[in-house]
Design a protein around this ligand. Structure first.
Ligand code: NAI
Length: 328
C-alpha cells in the first residue's frame, strides 16, 4: 500500500521504516500536518497516516476521498480528532492503535506526580546554581494517600497497579468497572466521590462530548483543598480557566498536564524563538506547582515500535480486504 505520513517527526520515520522491513509498504513522509492546504500532498496514496493533532473533519475527508484516499490510519489510541460519521459516509476506513504501551502513559502520570510532589524539577535547577536550601520543596508521603482514577481502561488499570505499589488507597469511577482493578482492591464509586475523597486525581478516560470539561469550576469545588490533579488523557477534559482559578486560590495544590486544550497550535514543535500568544498556557507556566509536558506520555521506545507495527499491520489487513480489529 502507498501510505502518506503527515506530521512526521524523525522518530516516526525511524520506527516505521524499521517496522516496514518485512511488509514492503511504500512509505512517503511529510513533516506538515494534514490539512486542507497540505491535502494535495496525498496524491496517489491509498492511505494517510496521521497523529493526535491532525484535525480530520468532514471537509478534509471529502478532499481525501476526492484524491482516492481509502484509509485514515491513526498512529495513536485516541480518535476524537476524526469525524467518524463523515468517514463512514464517504467509505473511508479509519483504523487506530488502541493499545501500544499502557505502561508508557501510566508511568508518565507517575513521573508527573513524583516530580510535583517532591519538586525535583525545582531541586535540579537549585542545586546546579549552588542553592542547597530546602524551603519550598516540602512534599508528602504517597503511602497511605487516596488516589482517584477517572477511567480504568488499559492505562488507568496499569496506573492503579503502580499506585497500589506505593501503598495508596485506590478509588475509581468508570461506567464499566475493570475486573482486574476490582480484584486488586480498587473501590468503584461515583465520579463526585472520587473528586471529594482523593488526594491525587488522575484522568485516564477518552475525550468525548460527554467528558469535555468534565473537570470544571463546580467539580474543582468538590475536590479536597490542596488536591493534586493529573491529566494525561486529553486537554479538553479540563476547563483550563477554571483550574487556573483553583490554582490562584490554592484550592488546587498541584497540576500535572501532559495534554492541553489548545495544544494543537504548539505541541510537538519548537516555539522557543517566538512570542507565544496563548495567554492561558503562559499563565499556567507561572505557577511553581504546575508541571506541563508536551504530550510525551506515549513516547517510549517500546510504544513507538508497537505503534508502527500495529499501524502497518492494520493497513495490510485492509489491503488484503480482511477484517481489521482496529477499525473504528
Ligand atoms: P481505554 O479505552 O482502554 O480506557 C478508557 C476508559 O475510560 C474505559 O474503561 C471507559 O469505560 C472509560 N470512560 C469512558 N468514558 C468515561 C467517563 N465519562 N467517565 C469515566 N470513565 C470513562 O483507553 P486507554 O488506552 O486507557 O487510554 C485512555 C486515554 O488516554 C485515551 O482515550 C487517550 O485520550 C489518552 N492517551 C494519552 C496518551 C498520551 O501520550 N498522553 C497516549 C495514549 C492515550
Amino acid at each position: 500500500m502507498r501510505i502518506g505520513f503527515f506530521s512526521t517527526k524523525p522518530y516516526d520515520k525511524t520506527s516505521f521504516i524499521h517496522a516496514n522491513a518485512a511488509l514492503m509498504h511504500e512509505l512517503i513522509f511529510f513533516e506538515a500536518a494534514l490539512s486542507e492546504q497540505t491535502c494535495a500532498l496525498a496524491c496517489d496514496v491509498d492511505a494517510v497516516c496521521v497523529f493526535v493533532n491532525d484535525q480530520i473533519d468532514a471537509h478534509l475527508l471529502r478532499c481525501l476521498a476526492g484524491r482516492g484516499v481509502k484509509v485514515v490510519a491513526l498512529r495513536c489510541a485516541g480518535f476524537n480528532n476524526v469525524d467518524l460519521a463523515a468517514a463512514r459516509a464517504l467509505g473511508i476506513a479509519v483504523v487506530r492503535v488502541p493499545a501500544y504501551s499502557p505502561y508508557a502513559v501510566a508511568e508518565h502520570a507517575l513521573a508527573l506526580i513524583l516530580t510535583l510532589n517532591r519538586h525535583t524539577h525545582r531541586a535540579y535547577n537549585r542545586v546546579r546554581e549552588g542553592n542547597f536550601a530546602l524551603n519550598g520543596l516540602l512534599g508528602f508521603d504517597l503511602h497511605g494517600k487516596t488516589v482517584g482514577i477517572i477511567g480504568t481502561g488499559r492505562i488507568g488499570a496499569v496506573f492503579a497497579h503502580i499506585m497500589q505499589g506505593f501503598g495508596c488507597t485506590l478509588i475509581a469511577y468508570d461506567q464499566i468497572p475493570n475486573s482486574t482493578c476490582l480484584q486488586s482492591g480498587v473501590r468503584y464509586v461515583d465520579q463526585d466521590t472520587v473528586l471529594r475523597e482523593s488526594d491525587v486525581i488522575s484522568l485516564h478516560c477518552p475525550l468525548t462530548p460527554q467528558t469535555q470539561h468534565m473537570i470544571d469550576a463546580s467539580k474543582i469545588a468538590l475536590m479536597k483543598p490542596g488536591v493534586m490533579l493529573i491529566n494525561t488523557g486529553r486537554g479538553a477534559l479540563i476547563d483550563t480557566s477554571a483550574v487556573i482559578d483553583g490554582l490562584k486560590v490554592g484550592h488546587v495544590g498541584a497540576l500535572g498536564l501532559d495534554v492541553y486544550e489548545q495544544e494543537e497550535a504548539l505541541f510537538f514543535e519548537d516555539h522557543s524563538n517566538e512570542i507565544i500568544q496563548d495567554d492561558v498556557l503562559e499563565r499556567l507556566l507561572t505557577f511553581p506547582n504546575v508541571l506541563i509536558t508536551a504530550h510525551q506520555g506515549f513516547f517510549t521506545r517500546e510504544a513507538l515500535a508497537a505503534i508502527a507495527e500495529t499501524t502497518l499491520l492494520n493497513l495490510s489487513q485492509i489491503e488484503r480486504h480482511k477484517a481489521c480489529p482496529n477499525a473504528l
